[in-house]
Ligand binder design. Sequence first.
Ligand SMILES: [Zn+2]
Length: 192
Amino acid sequence: MPLVFTPLMKKRLTHRAQTMIERSLPYFPELQGKMITVGLTRKHLGSASIGYRAGAITRLIIRLKVRNVTYQTIGHELTHLVQGLARGDRWIPSAAVQHKVPSGEKQCDIWTLARDFLFCDDPPTYLRMPRAVRERWPDYAESVRELCIAAIAHRATRRRYIQWLEVEIKKLSAKKPLPEQGPRQLFLPFIF
Ligand SMILES: [Zn+2]
């Protein structure tokens, strides 16, 4: 997949960040063969934009912070590009429409987490979740990802699938009390 770094990004890019970006791309087959420009941002976690000329897509751009960049942020910005492509392509047959990522920030979070566990290394920005889930994210990441996948499936029949998801995520913190500090003793049942 052709990847172009802006001059400023080239100066700041670390081996770690470059490896993370390159490792993320194969999870986005929709972007395959398209040239992606990667720039630097300082203000936000990241941003994504699509350049158009005469109705045709000319440029796909994501901007990232290099320091402490997460797969979650990289995935989120790449998902924005997928959202943008879906909007731009008017000739996509209707059968493919349901596979498109709907626009919106929460939608972007849901589809990013669902795409692969790789993108679950940090909590998403826009999905509403209890503080306990955000603060103890590694304990909840897998369950939240499963709920995102379920929410995408529910979307076919439930218009309020995002509200459904946020309620389910809220339930997680109630279901899963904080584990006690210190080594946990494990009781195994005897099997005869
Ligand atoms: Zn976003």
